[in-house]
Design a protein around this ligand. Structure first.
Ligand code: HAM
Length: 421
């Protein structure tokens, strides 16, 4: 074969798509119950939207974006995430003028040129929500509850739900100063990556996966002891609300997240079944993003979560994805005359909402029966030249193995009674 799939991408094959449908149906159902409406934005945006929103010094913007010049010499980027796109759409369509609170969700592919490994792809899928227009802590908690409800209802166990506050423009500069002073003392022993970050994004050093960095920063000052009054009160309320809803959480003062737009609340949901890429999803508040993109000041909060990672965890926990779809009726067709009789019958059954498959007329009875079995058909209807001549067919119940004859013109009534979609 001359062609292979691009590195870090995956085909989702017909045999596994039912898992995706199952998960997506659950996501849409939970979104409906929390009253979030779907939004779809383009797969690519002008590059500056992402560099502005996510931050020049982040890995996503610095290393991972799929950026290209189109034929009109415009710099475009395949979306690495949706928060920036949603905020762009919110501002551009003046959604804030229609209602004070806009609650939207999305499901779709994102693109980041990362080093592929388990749970890390270059084209991956996220679902997420953005709740735009309020600074109330109940909205932070609502977005968390959406994510946790989806995992809970899918049956996922052993989740670690971590929350933190990353402060705001009032309190963060003072913290940053204290952190940099601390890090300067251990600077020469930090990993090369962290030494670079000391200049660009020192808070990310707390998030370093390097074991030595982790030890060196064990006693580093943490943001939550530097929060201003407002951020501190907000964080307290978030915790109290989570407690009132019986949602277990852990405060992780080192949780900083990899995107620059966060203010106040940051959170992550992790699973032990994921290995080093342990984040199922993450989010937080981003009260300054609208303004930085030229909109009116509009507080907002949201999260996004990886669907591939969710499926990995569900498989590891041996959870059910429901049943793969299967034909209700499989017509075993023997000969041209039989085919002529089957075509209108199948049409009628499909109109009645039954899933029908018509076997390949040029294959033997045995081969078609084998195929019906492989496809897990519920009933097989066998029609050959003799059956047509006698206006009959044979119906085989594939569960019980029982077979009986039935007049052709009564087939839909008999199946309707037996199957009731
Ligand atoms: P993020 O933490 O960059 O946040 O991504 C969210 C989730 O997407 C991750 O926890 C992970 O499950 C999944 N993910 C990210 N990169 C990959 C990858 N290369 N392969 C597979 N899965 C991946 C955001 O994207 C923010 N926009 C979340 C947000 C929404 N914050 C506020 N609103």
């Amino acid at each position: 074969m001359n062609y292979r799939i691009p590195t870090g991408t995956k085909d989702i094959l017909p045999s596994e798509i039912y898992k995706w449908h199952f998960v997506e149906n659950k996501i849409r159902d939970v979104m409906r119950r929390f009253n979030y409406a779907e939004i779809r934005t383009p797969m690519f945006e002008y590059t500056e939207l992402f560099s502005r929103s996510i931050g020049e010094s982040t890995d996503v913007v610095g290393k991972e974006m799929y950026t290209f010049l189109d034929k009109g010499n415009e710099s475009l980027t395949l979306r690495p995430e949706m928060t920036a796109s949603v905020m762009r759409a919110f501002i551009e369509n003046s959604l804030g003028e229609l209602q004070s609170l806009n609650k939207v969700y999305y499901i779709g592919p994102m693109f980041r040129q990362e080093r592929p490994q388990k749970g890390r792809l270059r084209q991956f899928h996220q679902f997420g929500v953005e709740c735009i227009g309020s600074q109330a802590p109940e909205n932070d908690v609502e977005t968390m509850a959406v994510a946790l409800s989806i995992y809970e209802e899918l049956g996922i166990k052993n989740l670690n739900f971590k929350i933190n506050s990353v402060g705001c423009h009032t309190c963060r500069p003072r913290y940053r100063e204290a952190l940099v002073t601390f890090l300067e003392n251990v600077k020469n022993d930090l990993s090369a990556e962290s030494q670079k970050r000391l200049l660009t994004n020192p808070m990310r050093i707390l998030d370093s996966k390097n074991e030595k960095d982790f030890q060196l920063t064990a006693n580093a000052p943490l943001m939550n002891s530097y929060l201003c009054k407002e951020c501190s009160a907000h964080f307290d309320k978030v915790q109290a609300m989570l407690q009132s809803m019986n949602i277990a959480f852990e405060i992780d003062g080192r949780l900083v997240r990899g995107l620059d737009y966060y203010t106040k609340t940051a959170y992550e949901i992790q699973s032990e079944n994921l290995g080093s890429q342990n984040a199922l999803g993450g989010g937080g508040r981003y009260d300054l993003l609208a303004e930085s993109l030229g909109g009116k000041p509009t507080p907002a909060v949201g999260f996004a979560a990886g669907i591939e990672r969710l499926i990995i965890v569900m498989e590891a926990e041996k959870l059910s994805f429901g049943e793969a779809p299967k034909p209700d009726v499989y017509f075993v067709v023997l000969g041209e005359t039989a085919l002529k009789a089957v075509l209108p019958l199948a049409r009628q059954l499909r109109q009645l909402a039954f899933a029908c498959e018509i076997g390949q007329n040029d294959r033997s009875l045995k081969a078609q029966m084998r195929d019906a079995n492989r496809q897990n058909a519920r009933y097989v209807v066998i029609i050959g030249e003799n059956e047509v001549a006698q206006n009959q067919c044979a119906i085989k119940d594939m569960k019980s193995g029982e077979q009986k004859n039935c007049p052709l013109n009564e087939l839909s009534v008999v199946l309707n009674g037996a199957l009731k979609p």
